[in-house]
Design a protein around this ligand. Structure first.
Ligand code: ZN
Length: 176
């Protein structure tokens, strides 16, 4: 296993649309293990392959407090969305930034698991938000895209400035 480098906004590689995984093989399972290790190390509650510059449709998430409930989704597809949930979101690719985003409160989705078996699930609340946020990453979309252009420009400057100073602001909310 390895801890991978997480790309940061406004890196253009975060805008690439990931392609579906054709075969769930050992290479994909190694990627999954690396994604989990990188997410737990960060720490975050979700990570998409796009964020580590691998443009295949794979994401991991774990919203538990004790890192006990990893969720692995390959080729995830959201089937239905309902309700409204406004959550203060953060993102490992936009360090130190937390903004309110409106998403569906309840979703159903299907995917392949780490053995390549088809699964269909539903999620509510934070897990639903997390899966929607990560699926966006696979399409090259970031949570800052839901904000105004002015806000996004401010965030871009802030992240770049933070980079120059190499300072890390403390996380106030879980980063996805
Ligand atoms: Zn994110």
């Amino acid at each position: 296993m390895a801890i991978l480098t997480i790309l940061e906004f406004p890196d253009p590689r975060l805008r690439r649309k990931a392609v579906p995984v054709e075969v769930v093989d050992e290479k994909i399972r190694t990627l999954i293990d690396d994604l989990l290790e990188t997410m737990y190390d960060a720490p975050g509650i979700g990570l998409a392959a796009t964020q580590v510059d691998v443009h295949q449709r794979v994401l991991v998430a774990d919203i538990s407090d004790d890192k006990s409930t990893p969720l692995v989704l390959i080729n995830p597809e959201i089937l239905s969305r309902d309700g409204v949930e406004i959550t203060e979101e953060g993102c490992l690719s936009v360090p130190g930034v937390y903004e309110k985003v409106e998403r569906a409160e309840h979703i159903t989705f299907r995917a392949l698991d780490r053995d390549g078996k088809g699964i269909e699930m539903e999620a509510r609340g934070l897990l639903a938000v997390c899966v929607q946020h990560e699926c966006d990453h696979l399409d090259g979309k970031l949570f800052v895209d839901y904000l105004s252009e002015l806000k996004r420009q401010r965030i871009r400057k802030r992240v770049q400035k933070a980079h120059r100073q190499e300072s890390n602001q403390p996380h106030r909310a879980p980063a996805i």
